[in-house]
Design a protein. Structure first.
Length: 121
């Protein structure tokens, strides 16, 4: 009986925490992608967060578009990375939090490459 109550509380906590975590993660990742991809169009982090929340299936487009922006920026810099746009789109369909993690990881690596190139100059 007590175990069932505890599991119910845990499930409720996870059900409430994951969407909030996803929205905050989307906001911070959009800010980071905007910082890395200075030359492409800028996306408002708050607008992207609310669109992912309110528009059905927008998170799939968000993952593909942010991944595509990072792929284009990496190609402009002459870096050879595997494209992540399509994989983020499919992961956005299955597990959106993983798609955000993929985009965030690529943005971090491009940011590190940028800092390394700027310090070498």
């Amino acid at each position: 009986m007590l175990l069932g109550i505890l599991l119910g509380i845990l499930q409720t906590g996870i059900t409430l925490a994951l969407p909030v975590l996803y929205l905050l993660y989307t906001y911070n990742t959009t800010k980071r992608v905007n910082k890395v991809c200075r030359h492409s169009g800028r996306y408002g982090p708050a607008a992207q967060m609310f669109l992912c929340c309110l528009v059905p299936f927008y998170f799939i487009y968000w993952g593909w578009r942010q991944g595509d922006r990072l792929d284009t920026d990496a190609a402009k810099r002459g870096l050879r990375y595997a494209p992540i746009g399509p994989s983020c789109m499919w992961m956005g369909l299955i597990m959106p939090l993983i798609a955000v993690a993929i985009v965030r990881n690529r943005a971090k690596s491009l940011e590190a490459e940028t800092l390394a190139q700027e310090s070498a100059v």
